[in-house]
Every structure is written in structure tokens, then in C-alpha cells.
Design a protein around this ligand. Structure first.
Ligand code: URA
Length: 213
């Protein structure tokens, strides 16, 4: 359970079958038109979350970071992506998914008729773990509440979890991406989770690229 934050307040999501699944129907994914967000006017609630984070020193990752990578995109996005943590390039630029994995994410967005301006992209951790190591539970415990607040502010319809750390943290339980990948899972606040492989995993295993959706 190494990824799981230990916050008591986190409600357990219910990865139960949706009505469609119970009827044995395949739920058709929303169209890109449905996922295109309204104009990106400021979202004061989201800005308040950023202000609350400030120059965060809640966990030791601040010591080695160049930049805190809060997240970016349409503050009213209907589709939100959540990855693991910033890598080297993200740390330097202060933007999520701008390295090799980000290029693959951009290509994926293009194939579904969306751009980065339509969606919101964030990570479980806002600061780069040294050497891109896996986030530690205490780091997630400190940082995850801010992702939850971002989510509450943005109110997306769907959160696409990129990889195991995002999926396990948001679901609050161990998950097998290979089993749940491609399904819409009711989560909280009317939001559905959609689990898929992390783009970095697809870079390591190009044969899996056909399975990103
Ligand atoms: N990998 C992630 O999980 N997030 C990023 O922002 C970049 C790479």
C-alpha cells in the first residue's frame, strides 16, 4: 500500500459497476465536444488553493525543487488529467507534463480532438522527488489534499488517472490498472475516474500505446 495517503477524512470511493455496466451495456465515452470546457475565465476558488499552498514546505521535497508545479490548463475543464509527480523538465519549467511523457500526452489529446487548453493537468505531488523516485506516503499525505481542493474548484466531469500512483491515491485503495483500465468508475462529487497507463510507461513499452484508451 505504499502509495496510499493515510488521511482519515478520505472517503472510500466505490468502484461499483455503473448502471450501464450492470445492464451489460458498454458506456460510450463522451465526445470531445462534451469535454470541451467553457472559456477559460479565472477560477477564484482554484486561485485560492494556489495561494494556500504558497511556497510550500510541508514535506522535504521543497529543498531540492526548482519550481512547485501546481498544474495548468482550463480552470473549468471537464476533463482533468492527474499524473504522479513532476520530472526534471517539469521542475525546471514549472509546468506539468512538458517532457517526453508530456509529448505523448499531447499526441493523445490530439487524437481525441482536444488540446491542453481544453483540459486541466496536475499531479499527485507538486514537487519533483529526487531522481524521479516513486512518491513516498508521507509526501502524498501532505500534497494530496491540495489536489482534492483543485478538483473541487475545477469540478471536472472526468479525471483521467495516468498510472498507478494517481489511480491508487485517488481511489484510496490498491488497483490493478490492467484490469480497470478503460472503465469509468464513479468517484465523488459526481466525478468519474478513468484509469489508464502512465505515458512514461508507454514510452518504455511502446507496444502498450494502443491500450492508452
Ligand atoms: N510525469 C508525471 O507524472 N507528471 C509530470 O508532470 C511529468 C511526468
Amino acid at each position: 500500500m505504499e502509495y496510499l495517503p493515510r488521511t482519515q477524512s478520505q472517503e472510500k470511493p466505490r468502484p461499483t459497476a455503473t448502471a450501464h455496466q450492470q445492464r451489460g451495456e458498454e458506456k460510450s465515452p463522451p465526445s470531445s465536444a462534451e469535454l470541451t470546457a467553457p472559456s477559460p475565465q479565472a477560477n477564484p476558488q482554484l486561485e485560492a488553493v494556489r495561494a494556500e499552498m504558497g511556497d510550500c514546505k510541508r514535506c522535504p521535497l521543497w529543498k531540492e525543487r526548482k519550481t512547485l508545479v501546481f498544474g495548468e490548463g482550463n480552470p473549468w475543464a471537464r476533463l482533468m488529467f492527474v499524473g504522479e509527480a513532476p520530472g526534471r523538465e517539469e521542475d525546471l519549467q514549472g509546468r506539468p507534463f512538458v517532457g517526453q511523457a508530456g509529448k505523448l500526452l499531447d499526441q493523445f489529446l490530439q487524437t481525441i480532438g482536444l488540446s491542453r487548453e481544453d483540459v486541466y493537468i496536475a499531479n499527485i505531488l507538486k514537487c519533483r522527488p529526487p531522481g524521479n523516485r516513486t512518491p513516498q506516503p508521507q509526501e502524498i499525505e501532505q500534497c494530496f489534499p491540495f489536489l482534492l481542493k483543485q478538483t473541487q474548484a475545477i469540478k471536472p466531469r472526468i479525471i483521467c488517472c495516468l498510472g498507478g500512483v494517481a489511480a491508487q491515491t485517488l481511489m484510496g485503495q490498491r488497483v490493478a490498472i490492467t484490469r480497470l483500465r478503460g472503465q469509468f468508475i464513479p468517484w465523488r462529487w459526481g466525478i468519474e475516474l478513468f484509469l489508464t497507463f502512465h505515458p512514461a510507461c508507454l514510452l518504455r513499452n511502446p507496444g502498450q500505446k494502443k491500450n492508452i484508451k
